[in-house]
Design a protein around this ligand. Sequence first.
Ligand code: 5AD
Ligand code: SF4
Length: 467
Amino acid sequence: MNAVEEEERSAPTERAPAKVLVKSYGCQMNVYDATRMADLLGREGYAETNSEEDADLVILNTCHIREKAAEKIYSELGKLAIAKRALNAQGRDMKIVVAGCVAQAEGEEVLKRQRAVDLVVGPQSYHRLPELLRQAKKGARVADTDFAVEDKFRTLPAPSRAQIRTRGVSAFVTVQEGCDKFCSFCVVPYTRGAEASRPVTEIIAETKRLVDAGVCEITLIGQNVNAYRGLDVDGRESNLARLLDRLARIEGLTRLRYTTSHPVDMAQELIDSHGAIPKLMPYVHLPVQSGSDRILKAMNRKHGADAYLSIVEKIRKVRPDVALSSDFIVGFPGESDADFEATMALARGVGFASSFSFKYSPRPGTPAADRDDQIEEKVKSERLAALQALLEEQRQAFNAATVGREVDVLFEKPGRHEGQIAGKSPYMQAVHVEGPTELIGREASVKIIAAGSNSLGARLMSEEAKA
Ligand code: 5AD
Ligand code: SF4
């Protein structure tokens, strides 16, 4: 037995725990996966850290959706490689793991492109991390990007109360993963695989555990969350509307949200939930991508602009105060000025509370990337600037319209200034008030008194101020 093994056996508890830093990029699915990985590694004895210098293990949970996002990972890895060399020079080591969608899409390529990477692990293999890390510690450089046969969620350990508590009052629960839609611009069907839903009982159990530990807002997440088709308790297939209805009955849970939805799966039953379930927050993120029927068809979105507008109308009918948000892509191959104008017209017609907009980025392996009518960068930039100006104007208008209204705010943290606390309105707006820190973790009524560019100022209603 060598000296190191001897020390490990004789005094295991006296050594400082190994530290892990999980850095997440991209969508909420990655944020959720990052917490699950941290929970799993917590069980393996790793403590979480926010600092690279402290970390024995750094996991980059990556995004592949646009070229910029993927390239950012390689520049981040370059920096980590330098840090790793500096640590090695001091006789310490840092294992570097690439997880998430870049791992899935590029696999072994990542190991080749950056020598400092020890391990590449795809989104369906996280539960195998402990074993993979053991191999890495022995010096192996492994890429595991299999779509595992065992259910990742069932194999991952549930977080402890203490782990949940460190993460605040709002939590994500993945209910569905993957995508069968194959929009012609998108890598997700290739990186996250086919649509798969978790059973209702599993989701209820996870939600109850979170609520018992103090969480009061749950956001159900999935690449196509409204295509949710999990097994119900009675053995039949459920849907998102029914799942929301069940979860809303959990005592102590005060807010429910879901994201991201596809227009074709926006069933009437789900729309009706917005009128029937008071805990379901009046906020719907419904990506439209384009307002031009011709481009929507080329994108393989399977609906036209009118269908989108009609869904918006139906949601507003049952929940008139609903806030809508969307994703847009400008400069899809073949997009003409008239097509782009149709996108601007759709946005003007709806009036979004907040939105994300992107320049089309050709992704390897997707049909749109092979088209020979790609749009010039300069045109994409001009269109993006015009669309973003409009969407920003709409966001400000939406915020301004809430001034004078009474809303419930879920307080999450101390505010920027002494004596202030900050939280979220039902419409996902950041709200600041003068108030006691005891309200953090609770909902209270406020009156909105001012709209700043990124947050709202409010006053607690008198009973809450006394509380
Ligand atoms: N280029 C630009 N934006 C993209 N998105 C997905 N793929 C691409 C791409 N190739 C955007 C879509 C989607 C969001 C998550 O990212 O708007 O809704
Ligand atoms: Fe990508 Fe379309 Fe699937 Fe959304 S619905 S993940 S944009 S392929």
